[in-house]
Design a protein. Structure first.
Length: 455
């Protein structure tokens, strides 16, 4: 492949992430056609081999468990323990995580510097992604920015970019199109990714889906021993799915209430996050203990009020029978059936509480007071307030907080305008769960969005 003059072009680096790698490869090809130099940081050997067929080898960095044997000194304090604790793999293998994240710092820094990378496009799923973000954020001499790409959640069909790892600072586009919404408001509808996840979950829990998982376990399909983002030890790959299946079975034994038994009472609604998941383990860091969040809310519960807890429809199996039974021992805590329409529960709640969940935004758009325990980008809506436990404790009653939020002006129109102006038409996904994601229209839209924010 012909080498390009780095001084004349923008140099963008993608952080590969399983099947999304092939989606971003299609975007990268479009960017190359516009004169961009493309680099990759990848953890899987098979994807490294794939990318070598399309890009110059000096523009590809493979970081995998081989780096655990290549000792490097840390280049700075990047609070690695924080990253390990929130990683879905390293949380089980903390010592190996510490070695890996220490040893990849120097080669990652050197790679970014050597390729004069101006922008990195990635996510926040894995510890190494967050480490790369912290490297470019703290080492200003690299003159590089890491932008996290995500969906806007609501409205559907749009993507947005963030500067910070907790996704609170939106990258403002230089120029963007104008979208007109009915009555200048966002149409409240369930995020498309939830519908897709429900479909994936239904397929995974079917007999055929279970048989496929058994086959993958036996054959070790897609498992590379040096991939830091998978469990190489078969014992982990066996015990975790077995535990989840057991949790799904025992979850059916727990008493749950339907919407007609809940509506008509005064209640606070708390929605569980799927976990492990970056939305809570990264964006909601230090508030990721969800049982503790429930108990702290219960402490604030006014007399005769209920605390309704609802499981995420995609998370049944994440938590044990004992987890729910311990919470349900507290008076006036009620578990709603996970199949109950969350919009009905939100509409009739006095307050909606979440860590970083979309439920808080949905409540705000309905005019229902909401609080998030961690800061989120949709706290810019007046009806969705970020409140820490220290701040909440200062209120003589949570009713005072609710009335305070109700006293704010409804800025739904301003919020809608800001989100539309700050986002782009498009979608992000992986070709395994959503093969339709790779089409010319979506690829072109995502490409133009990246051109906009890197110009």
């Amino acid at each position: 492949m012909k080498e390009q003059d780095l001084s004349e072009n923008k140099s963008i680096c993608f952080v590969a992430n399983f099947y999304k790698t092939f989606f971003f490869h299609e975007v990268a090809k479009q960017l190359q056609n516009q004169g961009y130099i493309i680099s990759w940081i990848v953890t899987k050997e098979d994807q490294y081999q794939f990318l070598k067929e399309h890009y110059n080898i000096k523009n590809i960095l493979l970081i995998n468990k081989m780096h655990c044997r290549i000792q490097n000194q840390p280049i700075e304090d990047f609070k690695i323990n924080e990253l390990i604790y929130g990683d879905r793999i390293f949380n089980y293998t903390k010592e190996k995580g510490l070695i890996f994240l220490t040893n990849i710092q120097k080669p990652t820094y050197d790679f970014i510097k050597a390729n004069r990378v101006s922008h990195i496009i990635g996510e926040k799923t894995w510890a190494h992604e967050l480490l790369i973000h912290r490297i470019v954020s703290k080492r200003r001499e690299l003159n590089c920015k890491y932008y996290l790409i995500a969906t806007t959640r609501i409205p559907n069909g749009r993507i947005i970019f963030f500067e910070d790892e907790k996704e609170t600072k939106i990258v403002k586009p230089i120029v963007n199109g104008i979208i007109t919404f009915k009555e200048n408001k966002i149409i409240l509808e369930k995020p498309h990714y939830l519908l897709l996840n429900d479909k994936i979950l239904h397929s995974a829990n079917s007999l055929m889906g279970k048989l496929k998982r058994i086959k993958k376990y036996i054959t070790g399909e897609n498992i590379e021993s040096n991939d830091p983002n998978v469990f190489a030890k078969s014992i982990y790959r066996f015990l975790i799915p077995v535990r989840e299946e057991f949790n799904r079975i025992t979850y059916k034994l727990i008493k749950k209430e339907t919407v007609d038994k809940i509506v008509g009472q005064k209640y606070i609604l708390f929605g569980f996050h799927k976990q492990p998941e970056a939305s809570i383990d990264v964006c909601g860091r230090y508030y990721e203990n969800q049982s503790e969040n429930v108990i702290n809310l219960w402490r604030q519960l006014p007399p005769d009020w209920k605390l309704i807890i609802k499981e995420h429809s995609n998370a049944v199996g994440d938590r044990s029978y004992i987890f729910y039974k311990r919470l349900l021992k507290y008076p006036n805590i009620i578990l709603a059936d996970e199949k109950v329409d969350s919009h009905l529960l939100i509409k009739n709640a006095q307050l909606v509480a979440t860590n970083t969940g979309t439920m808080g935004l949905e409540a705000a758009l309905m005019g229902i007071p909401a609080i998030t325990f961690s800061k989120v980008f949709f706290n810019m809506h007046n009806y969705c307030k970020n409140v820490t436990w220290v701040e909440l404790e200062k209120y003589t009653s949570i009713i005072n907080l609710i009335n305070e939020i109700k006293g704010y002006n409804d800025n739904s129109i301003e919020y809608a305008n800001y989100i539309i102006e700050s986002s782009f038409e498009g979608a992000v996904g992986d070709i395994d769960s959503n093969p339709d994601i790779v089409n010319d229209d979506i690829i072109n839209k995502v490409t133009m969005a990246i051109v906009n924010i890197t110009t």
